[in-house]
Every structure is written in structure tokens, then in C-alpha cells.
Design a protein around this ligand. Structure first.
Ligand SMILES: Cc1ncc(COP(=O)(O)O)c(C=O)c1O
Length: 461
């Protein structure tokens, strides 16, 4: 098969020659060559099985047979653009609308999360006639120029903050401005947004939108306090802007209790625009924007067509429908709730045992384990987090980090992740943390890059 016809070293050499270094590899010290995926497992060219704890794109499991079959069957019949009448696109819009509050009743189909957020920005600007955007600190909303501009996670390393972008503090109740001991963190963080809104208006500028991930992921697997979004929406609406909920990483039942992560805020909260991507197509490039009639009408009023060559094709919609079918048939939302709480419980037991674990937070299969240097300062234990990730990989477990300090171990596996997987991962983590504590006690330096560096000469193919 094409994917595994070369030795790993040769693939790496070709990649280094032909692809930009900006396109990074996981585990750059010793990249993995993955040739097959199934469920929550990935397999390398030697047949080694890795447990995938981080891929929230393969939402219902890598290469789910029903999703693959749906794409294949539709590919054999027709794949064209959305300018012809076709049942898949309307069936799909209808199925999605059944998952959302009634107010979100108009759908646009696209190919990527970035395209969805870029369209959300255009919709917001057209509807409000305003230009500026308020975002949460450390947010990431996509790789297009327009979205790099509203992603502090990226623009801080590039040419900085544009004058139309305004950053509000991340509602992180563990390490942020207002913490778990605050009597009303939702209100306090919302007041920070209000302060930003006021200062924007004082400058004579006008807010088009507030963008937030319903659960900030890159920000460190953050769970905003309930009620925060409602209060923010009030401030933003008062300023004439709209609320955009980015569900690209966290939608489609991942949070367990609800289908959409914004619903964790309470039934009384409904965003004006919801953007979807990643998990929506289980790996196939599908994305969607849902909005209100009023926003859509304002966009139509320009008279300019919205055309997207591949978005909403019969194949993309067949894939999207199959993902929804699998979620329902395998009851994966309920599964995420029960396996997620089991995993959280095991991780909390680890917190009681290992002082390096400062916080375990999450909902469903969206979980963060915040590693700290010490409880008094809660300084991110970045080096230690890297060490754990390297050791986990040696144990065939794929894990990764999030957060500004890159110290939050993130768990957002395919939704078929099992109770046995949870036990296995936590047992390995326990052993790694125990070993790390032992090393520290004996002043042995942690060499988290001691993962064998892959070199061409070592290869025996
Ligand atoms: C929260 C969030 N929004 C948007 C995007 C952009 O999606 P894509 O990479 O599909 O363009 C990402 C991608 O990581 C994301 O995490």
C-alpha cells in the first residue's frame, strides 16, 4: 500500500526535503509513521498499536466503517457542488437543526473550521455594520489571515494585535484572575468583558462580534463558569455585536451532558452563530455555520452569492449524516459522559497521590490535567508535562499538552474510548509520575528529550 511502501527514514527524509518545516510533526525527536487507524487505535508501519487520547477529529473512531461506506457509496453515484438540488444537503441541514436551539435555523456548509470562522466573521460584520472583535486570551480560531488576527495564541508570535481586536481574560478558575474561591467567577469574568467593551466604545470603535470556543481548548482545557456566556452576550448585544460560539473542537456530544458545549452554560443561553468543524466529518473535510434568520437575511441583502466549491457536496453531507447516525446508534454522547466521569475519577485519585497534579477538570471526553511546580504558585510544570508525554509515547499512548504554559495534559480521544482504555492510561501515568518523583528525589535530571532521536543510519530496512 502507498502509505507504508517506504521505510520510516526514507519517508522522513522526503518529507524534510519536500515539505516546509512550518508543517510540524508530533514527536519531532522521533516521529511516528502511522499507516492505519481503527476506533481509538493507530498503527505504525511495524504494526505497533498506539492508543489515541487526543484525536478529536476521528470523533466516532478512526475509519469508522459506516462513515467510510457512506462516503464510498455517495462517491460512486454523484459528487458535485451545492448549486443543484440534492436531498443530502437538506436532510443534513434538517438533522443538524434538530440538535440546535430553534433560533439557529440557517446553515452554510464549508470545508474547514477556519472557513467556518471566517464566514462567521463576515456574517457578524455584515449584520452589525461594525468591524471590531472581542476574543478570549490564548484563543485559537483558525489559520486564515482573518483568524490569525483574532487568535492571541498565534498573533502574539507574529505581528501582534490589530487595532480592531480586543482581548478579554480567559475565564480560567484555576490559574486566572478569579479562581475557585471567588464567590461569582462568571460575573467577575463577564465584568472584564464589559470593561473591554466599554474601552472599545470610548475609543469610538464598534463591536461586530465576541468569539469564544465554548470550552477553550488551546487555552488549557478550560471550563468557563456557568452563566459567563449569558452575561457576556448581554454586554456584547448591548454594544450591537453578536456572540459566536466556536464548537469546532468541542461539539457533537463530546461534553457528555449535552450535544453542544455552549449548552453547559444553561438552557437560557443561545449564541447568534455556531461554527462546527473537525469532528463533524470524522476526518472528511466538512464544516458548518449555523445562524439565525436575521443574520442570514442581512448577509443575503448584499446581493452577493456565497459559493463554496466543495462545501455541502453530496459526499460531504453523506459523511456528516453518517457521523450523526453513528453517534445515535452507538449512543456515543452517553458513552462519553460515563467513560469521561470514570476517567476523571481515576485522575482525581492520581491528584490525591501526586502533588504535581494541580487540577483535574473536564466534562465528558474533554479533560485537562494541569501539572504544576507547586501548589502555592501554580507555576506550570512544562518540562514535566513534556516528560510525561514522551514516556507515554514509549508506552504506546498518544497524549499531548495544551495551555499557555504547555503543561496541561489533554484528553480528547475518539468517543469510542473505553473504560479499559481509561484504566490503562491512568495506570501508566501513575507509574511515570512515581518514577519521575523518584528521579527528582534523587536529583536525577529529567531528560524528556531522551526519546531516541531517529536517524537515517539507524534504519534497517
Ligand atoms: C477552536 C478551533 N477553531 C478553529 C480551528 C480551525 O480549524 P481548521 O484547522 O479545520 O481550519 C481549530 C483548529 O485547530 C480550532 O481548534
Amino acid at each position: 500500500m502507498a502509505a507504508d511502501r517506504r521505510g520510516k527514514a526514507e519517508t522522513l527524509a522526503l518529507r524534510r526535503r519536500l515539505l516546509s518545516d512550518s508543517c510540524r510533526l508530533f514527536y519531532p525527536e522521533d516521529p511516528i509513521k502511522i499507516v492505519r487507524g481503527q476506533g481509538q487505535y493507530l498503527y505504525d508501519e511495524q504494526g505497533a498499536e498506539y492508543l489515541d487520547c487526543v484525536n478529536n477529529v476521528a470523533h466516532v473512531g478512526h475509519c469508522h466503517p459506516l462513515v467510510v461506506q457512506a462516503a464510498h457509496e455517495q462517491n460512486q453515484v454523484l459528487n458535485t457542488n451545492s448549486r443543484y438540488l440534492h436531498d443530502n444537503i437538506v436532510d443534513y441541514a434538517q438533522r443538524l437543526s434538530e440538535t440546535l436551539p430553534e433560533k439557529l435555523s440557517v446553515f452554510y456548509f464549508l470545508n474547514s473550521g477556519s472557513e467556518a470562522n471566517d464566514l462567521a466573521l463576515r456574517l457578524a460584520r455584515q449584520y452589525t455594520g461594525h468591524w471590531d472583535v472581542v476574543v478570549l486570551d490564548h484563543a485559537y480560531h483558525g489559520h486564515l489571515s482573518s483568524l490569525i488576527d483574532i487568535s492571541p495564541y498565534k498573533f502574539r508570535d507574529l505581528d501582534g494585535q490589530k487595532e480592531w481586536v480586543h482581548v478579554a481574560p480567559l475565564p480560567d478558575t484555576y490559574r486566572g484572575l478569579y479562581r475557585e474561591d471567588h464567590p461569582n467567577p462568571a460575573g467577575a469574568y463577564a465584568s472584564e468583558v464589559e470593561r473591554v467593551v466599554n474601552s472599545v466604545q470610548e475609543k469610538g470603535r464598534k463591536i461586530a462580534a465576541f468569539f469564544a470556543e465554548s470550552l477553550p481548548s488551546v487555552g488549557g482545557q478550560i471550563i468557563p463558569p456557568a452563566g459567563f456566556f449569558q452575561e457576556v452576550a448581554e454586554h456584547i448585544h448591548r454594544a450591537g455585536g453578536v456572540f459566536v460560539a466556536d464548537e469546532i473542537q468541542v461539539g457533537f456530544g463530546r461534553v457528555g451532558q449535552h450535544f453542544w458545549a455552549f449548552q453547559l452554560q444553561g438552557e437560557d443561553f443561545v449564541p447568534d452563530i455556531v461554527t462546527m468543524g473537525k469532528s463533524i466529518g470524522n476526518g472528511h473535510p466538512v464544516a458548518c455555520v449555523a445562524t439565525t434568520q436575521a443574520v442570514a437575511r442581512a448577509f443575503e441583502a448584499t446581493g452577493v452569492e456565497y459559493f463554496n466549491t466543495f462545501g455541502g457536496s453530496p459526499v460531504s453531507c453523506a459523511v456528516g449524516l453518517a457521523v450523526l447516525d453513528v453517534l445515535e446508534k452507538e449512543q456515543l454522547q452517553a458513552h462519553a459522559a460515563s467513560v469521561g466521569s470514570f476517567l476523571m475519577e481515576l485522575l482525581r485519585q492520581q491528584k490525591a497521590k501526586h502533588p504535581i497534579i494541580g487540577d483535574v477538570r473536564g466534562t465528558g471526553l474533554f479533560i485537562g490535567v494541569d501539572l504544576i511546580k507547586d501548589e502555592a504558585t501554580r507555576t506550570p510544570a512544562t518540562e514535566e508535562a513534556n516528560y510525561v508525554v514522551s514516556r507515554m509515547k514509549e508506552n504506546y499512548i498518544l497524549l499531548s499538552t495544551d495551555g499557555p504554559g504547555r503543561n496541561v495534559l489533554k484528553f480528547k480521544p475518539p468517543m469510542c474510548f473505553s473504560v479499559d482504555n481509561a484504566r490503562h492510561v491512568v495506570a501508566k501515568m501513575d507509574a511515570i509520575l512515581t518514577n519521575m518523583e523518584e528521579k527528582k528525589k534523587r536529583s536525577i535530571p529529567l531528560k524528556y528529550t531522551e526519546v531516541v532521536t531517529f536517524s537515517l543510519e539507524d534504519e534497517n530496512h
